[in-house]
Design a protein around this ligand. Structure first.
Ligand code: FES
Ligand code: MG
Length: 580
């Protein structure tokens, strides 16, 4: 057996399967011969964890990408192994893809550990796929690198570019307001999804692809490359080569994903105007590594960072424009002094050194604003506390209406999303532009899975008068493509005993984003005397078997990343027992 891994001082992990000259070694090798040369078993075995699926259209092209990765692995002397893994299509999966993120992470983690592999290339795109892959890789801690599948190209409808997601919300509100016909709305569907790739707004998929690079887990310069762009395949090939290098250098996620890397991701999240969903995903990944990352860190490290990127939903442009304008490197170079210089990347060099070497420039200052002229002076996530959210809630001020950031209004309470849909357009609903729409029962436990419903539709009668934003408060999430003055991820959620369950229609709710407060203006004695609203309690999920039951019994609150309590931490890659 030849060792094609001269730099490795340790035997390859896969040699535990393929090395022994006994019956078990025979079994492992014989079924994997597949026509490969005899020395293949001494080379680094690189899994290509592929989330391609016809039911995850955003990732459907990844199998083609995996072939470029495989070519790169072979070119560097490794053996590529295509490993289809659980995939989550954000637009298809009910009741919400978030319910299955931890299941995907758990299944991927176990398959990486159980198989004879030395390193892994992680192919993701659609919202939950990169978080699940990162959580899995962190818990196994084998050498790993991400290829983000990239955004789709910009489609236009009636001469106007369409932002995935963001313009669905906008166009559907236009239909509700009577300024767009239902037939025109339907006609815009194929313009919305013009090519393969994930959503082209600064939604969760774009955010997590770019943050994977800011974390150091992507070949520098690759994230944000549009899915149909041949440069994605060039980067995939180079990543395949890099994966073999990672094994030789024994460079693992635990050495890359340090607190310094998470600090950089939080700064990048703000500068990009990224999705609020990144908060739960980054907290969950950090939890897998034992990195002490708290919800409050997002405010402390990121809230005062300028948002430089003028992309929907906070701004005007789309991901193709960001790539053309200089991409992530141009954005991070502009705020390089805010980055932690110690954070390493998969290349073995620091993120800051990689940025220095890239000599990135802003090619379109309309899309990537210079530091001196930001889109929003303070672009990050604000973390609120108060008697409605004792352990925290978040708001993205850059996507909110400035006039509503300090607001007092009367609560209009909905006990479930179905309750909201049934009553929101009722002409007799007692609601005005100053009301605060409260939606509960949408947390990880209550729904279950913490769906993206926090950006409740506005009452039709108010839309008709020109109202386009109202303060909304919810224990669920909001699509990264959505916008509005929405306080979300309220913790504890109503179904976990949070005070949100005690609010009644008519109660005065006070939002003070500059003061970082969200309160119901009632005496503590009054709140303490109340019990959770019966209609709210009746709407909470009560699964009696399977994954949903396991999830509801073990899921942590959003301020802990909504991971399952028993999945927090790492088990490493050791498997001590044989299969036969
Ligand atoms: Fe897949 Fe938006 S639906 S990224
Ligand atoms: Mg989403």
């Amino acid at each position: 057996m030849t060792d094609a891994n001269p730099a490795a001082s340790q035997p390859l992990r896969s040699s535990q399967w393929y090395g022994p000259d006994d019956r078990n070694g025979y079994i492992h090798r014989a079924w994997m011969r597949r026509g490969v040369p005899g020395d293949a078993f001494g080379r680094p075995q690189i899994a290509i964890a592929d989330t391609a699926s016809d039911l995850t259209p955003c990732n459907a092209h990844l199998t083609e990408v995996s072939r470029s990765v495989a070519d790169g692995v072979i070119a560097a002397g490794g053996v590529p192994l295509h490993l289809p893994v659980m995939s989550l299509g954000e637009t298809n999966v009910r009741p919400t893809a978030m319910l299955w993120r931890n299941l995907a992470a758990m299944s991927i983690e176990e398959m990486l550990r159980a198989n004879p592999i030395d390193g892994v290339v992680l192919l993701g795109g659609c919202d939950k796929t990169i978080p699940a892959l990162l959580m899995a890789a962190a818990s196994v801690d084998l050498p790993a690198v991400v290829v983000p599948g990239g955004p789709m190209l910009t489609g236009t409808f009636r001469g106007r570019p369409l932002g995935c997601g963001t313009d669905v919300w906008r166009l559907s509100e236009e239909v509700r307001a009577g300024t767009l016909t239902a037939a025109e709305f339907t006609r815009s569907e194929s313009a919305m999804i013009r090519s393969r790739g994930h959503c082209n707004t600064m939604g969760t998929a774009s955010t997590m692809g770019l943050l994977a690079e800011a974390l150091g887990m992507v070949l520098p310069g690759l994230a944000g490359t549009p899915a149909p762009d041949s440069r994605l395949l060039v980067g995939a090939h180079a990543t395949g080569r890099l994966a073999v290098e990672l094994v030789a250098a024994d460079r693992r996620p635990s050495g890359v994903l340090t607190r310094a890397s998470f600090a950089n991701a939080i700064v990048a999240l703000a500068a990009l105007g990224g999705s609020t969903n990144a908060v739960v995903h980054l907290l969950a990944v950090a939890g897998r590594l034992g990195v002490d990352l708290r919800l409050e860190d997002f405010d402390a490290l990121g809230s005062r960072v300028p948002c430089l990127v003028d992309l929907q939903p906070a701004g005007r442009f789309l991901m193709e424009d960001l790539h053309r304008a200089g991409g992530l490197a141009a954005v991070l170079t502009e705020i390089c002094d805010l980055l932690d210089p110690a954070a390493l990347t998969v290349t073995g060099r620091t993120l800051v050194d990689e940025l220095d070497a890239a000599r990135a420039a802003i090619f379109d200052p309309e899309v990537i604003r210079p530091r001196t002229d930001p889109l929003v002076a303070e672009g990050g996530i604000a973390v609120l506390h108060g008697n409605l959210c004792p352990t925290g809630a978040v708001i993205k001020p850059a996507a909110a209406s400035p006039s509503l950031l300090q607001h007092r209004g009367r609560a209009v309470v909905f006990d479930s999303i179905e309750d909201a849909h049934a009553r929101i357009d009722d002409p007799d609903l007692e609601v005005d532009a100053d009301s605060v729409l409260v939606l509960r029962g949408c947390g990880p436990r209550g729904y279950p899975g913490m769906p993206e419903v926090a950006n409740l539709p506005l009452p039709r009668k108010l839309l008709a008068t020109g109202v386009r934003d109202m303060v909304r408060v919810c224990d669920g999430r909001m699509s990264g493509t959505a916008y509005g003055t929405v306080v979300l991820h309220v913790t504890p959620e109503a179904a976990a005993g949070g005070p949100l369950a005690l609010v009644r229609t008519g109660d005065p709710v006070v939002l003070d984003v500059p003061g970082r407060r969200l309160d119901v203006d009632l005496p503590a004695t009054e709140l303490a005397a109340r019990s959770p609203a019966a209609a709210s309690v009746a709407a909470y999920a009560r699964p009696t078997r399977g994954w949903e039951q396991l999830y509801v019994e073990h899921v942590q609150q959003a301020d802990r990343g909504a991971d399952l309590d028993f999945l927090v931490g790492s088990s490493g890659s050791a498997v001590v027992r044989e299969s036969h």
